[in-house]
Ligand binder design. Structure first.
Ligand code: PLP
Length: 383
């Protein structure tokens, strides 16, 4: 994951140092948590340290935003109190009533609901398309299309989108590309190099990495009028992370490149195990050569990710039984933390879910892979 960057620009180093030196006043090596909501003016009325009020800016949030922008190679970042808040601000900054958004047929269900239940009633047309099919995308683009939403691998079917091809189509049609890179942080998917205009992260997941803090971010390729609008909504609506949330997220980020290596290596082994298990009907993991997106994933990603889904020959009943029988892996929603999580996805996605009912989604954690495989094996035993 280090690539050919020069000293100080490699991801492992950026993750630790991109925020800059911590505290000139005390020499503290980690940035203190600045809980103050307000900052004092000088007698002449200026704000000598650049901060006025924490909703519009705070040293901990600045440090997090600098780091997030550096990790993606973006021009700037805006941090939010959740990935969903970041998504909502991005959508409302780029879309107006009468516009169209092209979105994947398989995507994180919470953002799908925001699109259908908040943006659509506001007058935005939402068109769902198979983003893994460039012909379908080309046919779906209209003169009203303003944004294309990409999530690759998608949640929970791990469909792969060829980002540079789709970004090219979008840009020729005058639309912008927002890429939800929650599953592929730290340039596992180099979204800007591939043509994305805005990268979204639920920092709740891999970036913070320990299932203990919610957060989101928008990273932009350039600081333009759309970013000014993002900053406006960030500061005036105030869906911002607290200084402690920023501090926790930054602490997680420091080990991100090393954690990702473990997640990826474990997921590849778990996918290979499930792929040959007699109770498993199908494994969705882009690192398996049988996956229809294998070639594209290999070309555009620096790893196949830590997430996978699988379907049970015994149907929904078997899927629910397997989730009930795991002892080490936790039955919980979310992903990207150090602990492996398993989830019967259809039952959390709501009535209109398209997710197969015999599908389980697995966030492969950092336990020893033999222990994860042992747990799955014993749970699958009677499936
Ligand atoms: N994007 C993806 C791919 C997600 O999986 C999630 C949450 O699960 C989100 C966005 C939303 O993030 P948050 O839960 O922080 O609002």
């Amino acid at each position: 994951m280090s690539g050919t960057r020069s000293a100080g620009e490699r991801l492992e180093t950026l993750a630790i140092h991109a925020a800059g030196r911590s505290d000139d006043a005390t020499g503290a090596v980690t940035l203190p948590i600045h809980l103050s909501t307000t900052f004092e003016r000088s007698p002449e009325g200026s704000y000598p340290h650049g901060y006025v009020y924490t909703r519009s800016g705070n040293p901990n949030r600045d440090a997090l935003e600098r780091t997030l922008a550096a990790l993606d190679g973006g021009a700037a970042a805006a941090a939010f109190s959740s990935g969903s808040a970041a998504a909502s601000v991005a959508l409302r900054s780029l879309l107006r009533p009468g516009d169209e958004a092209l979105v994947p047929d398989d995507m994180y269900h919470g953002i799908r609901r925001l699109l259908l239940e908040a943006l659509q009633p506001w007058g935005v047309r939402i068109t769902r398309v198979d983003m893994s099919d460039p012909v379908a995308v080309a046919n779906a683009l209209t003169s009203e299309t303003r944004i294309l939403w990409i999530e690759t691998p998608s949640n929970p079917l791990l469909k792969i989108t060829d980002v540079s091809t789709i970004a090219d189509l979008a840009h020729r049609a005058g639309a912008r590309v927002i890429c939800d890179a929650t599953w592929t942080p730290a340039r596992m998917l180099p979204a800007f190099e591939l043509g994305a205009d805005i990268v979204l992260h639920a920092t709740t997941k891999y970036l913070s990495g320990h299932s203990d803090v919610l957060g989101g971010a928008l990273v932009v390729r350039e600081v333009d009028a759309a970013f000014e609008q993002i900053r406006f909504l960030q500061g005036y609506e105030g869906a911002v992370p607290s200084p402690f949330d920023c501090w926790l997220t930054l602490r997680g980020i420091k080990t991100l490149p090393y954690r990702l290596r473990g997640h990826l290596a474990n997921a590849e082994k778990v996918a290979a195990f499930l792929h040959t298990h007699p109770s498993v009907a199908k494994v969705y993991y882009p690192g398996l050569p049988e996956h229809p997106g294998f070639d594209v994933a290999q070309r555009q990603m620096s790893g196949f990710g830590g997430m996978l889904s699988f379907r049970l020959r015994g149907g929904e009943e078997a899927a629910v039984a397997v989730a009930a029988k795991v002892t080490l892996i936790r039955r919980a929603t979310s992903l990207g933390g150090v602990e492996s999580l398993i989830e019967h996805r259809a039952s959390i996605e709501g009535a209109d879910t398209l997710t197969p009912r015999d599908l389980l989604r697995l966030s492969v954690g950092l336990e020893h892979f033999d222990d994860i495989i042992w747990d799955l094996d014993q749970a699958l035993g009677s499936a």
